[in-house]
Design a binder for this molecule. Sequence first.
Ligand code: MCA
Ligand code: AMP
Length: 480
Amino acid sequence: MSPLFPALAARSTRPALQFGDRTLSHAELAAVAGALATRIAGAPRVAVWATPTLGTAVGVVAALLAGVPVVPVNPKTGERELTHIVTDSSPALVLAERGAELPPVLAALTRLDTVTDIAPDAVPLPAEPSPQAPALIVYTSGTTGPPKGVVLPRRAVTATLDALADAWQWTEADVLVHGLPLFHVHGLILGILGPLRRGGSVRHLGRFSTDGVARELSSGATMLFGVPTMYHRIAEALADDSALAKALTGARLLVSGSAALPVRDHERIAAATGRRVIERYGMTETLMNTSVRADGEPRAGTVGVPLAGVELRLVDETGAPITAYDSETVGEIQLRGPNLFTEYLNRPDATEAAFDDGWFRTGDMAVRDPDGYVRIVGRKATDLIKSGGYKIGAGEIENVLLEHPGVREAAVTGEPDEDLGERIVAWIVPAQADAPPSAEELAAHVGAQLASHKRPRTVRYLDALPRNDMGKIMKRALHG
Ligand code: MCA
Ligand code: AMP
């Protein structure tokens, strides 16, 4: 079986990971992660406390080497969501950086520190597990209910990373820079495992900043990955930052994904740098599906063409495939391919409902240009919000808001936001009209239970929510 990380197996001395002033070559990573892998081998699953640190990358690689499925955990997740994730995925161990303080639900598990000092005696790496074996379980929000664990097999990871290498001419010579979180597909699988699989390297910023991007791209980094909010902040900064403009001009590839990059930001970046950002389209359940190719025509407002091995179809509301490539006929994107997940953990009902005759229903609505470029035009579910590139289910936030004693009724919507794409808005009918809970209090209440990015940014107070004759809340009637 060919290894997931050939450069680790070959003990390449080229740089692999850089977080601040801490770096590891592929050979050093093989030594530290290999040593940790022997300690976790045989565990059914491990949780990784996914701070944006070198230890997180080492922990995830160790688990993958050991063939133990990894559950990356957002360190800013509130109590209820964390309890759900831990109960649902029942990890045997938790890996965390030395000194990191864990909340009680994780502190109750056996803990191993993700030591990053190089082991004196490099151990042989374990045998490569089967391509069908689960590699990661990544939690993702639905419209209602708690997040579902998406089980991603090793073959999905290799298929997606190799298809991206083909589309982007991504090689061991590339040095990636990004500041994405390490508990989602974008930052972890593409942004850390991608460079490791290629035998190249990644420099992680710890936290995204335009200064960090400029610094790394002007000192050897070749590629940038980011969500549209990051490119928006770059577009805003470019007007007064000639060093940033120069750094971007010198990059080999600027890639945006996780949500749509507005054409205006595309154009502002192109005008200031002469470079075109390319977009790729992915989903936790499917990893990457389409991309503008490095050797293709960059076209703002499109997510490019299907990646190698990915079958993509559009279906109309009757479920019939659309054959038109006319930039007009809208259908739901459905997918097949080796990049897909195997199941939602412990949710056979949800897994079954997600497929239509073997095709995965994405819920994303799109048209196709005559030459096959895909344009995403919307989403089927109004109760899914994309804010800062995070997918957020309205129902989960509503349930938490309704538990606040000062709230009688609650509805959550996404409103357009220049920076975040969409911003979470809570519509509240207070229990006592003369003493409504403050916006700060409600945001803190949500943040204590759910991930911090699920906090409402705006709260609007109403006397009653608009409802139809059946009593269902009419969210479309809610706008600011
Ligand atoms: C946020 N803050 C708040 C509130 N909301 N404070 C009070 N009330 C609120 N309602 C806080 C934040 O927690 C943060 O605090 C501070 O305000 C602002 O921090 P900033 O750095 O500006 O961050 P942000 O505005 O919260 O976030 C922007 C971001 C972030 C950095 C772009 O959204 C981000 O990292 N997005 C990446 C998402 C991602 O990786 N998605 C991939 C999944 P503090 O400093 O204390 O935190 S999608 C995927 O994987 C698929 C497969 C795909 O296609 O890629
Ligand atoms: P998640 O479930 O968090 O992995 O988010 C997946 C969703 O993000 C997709 O179903 C799309 O709605 C959206 N998405 C990802 N990449 C893009 C993109 N380049 N353009 C528009 N939407 C995107």
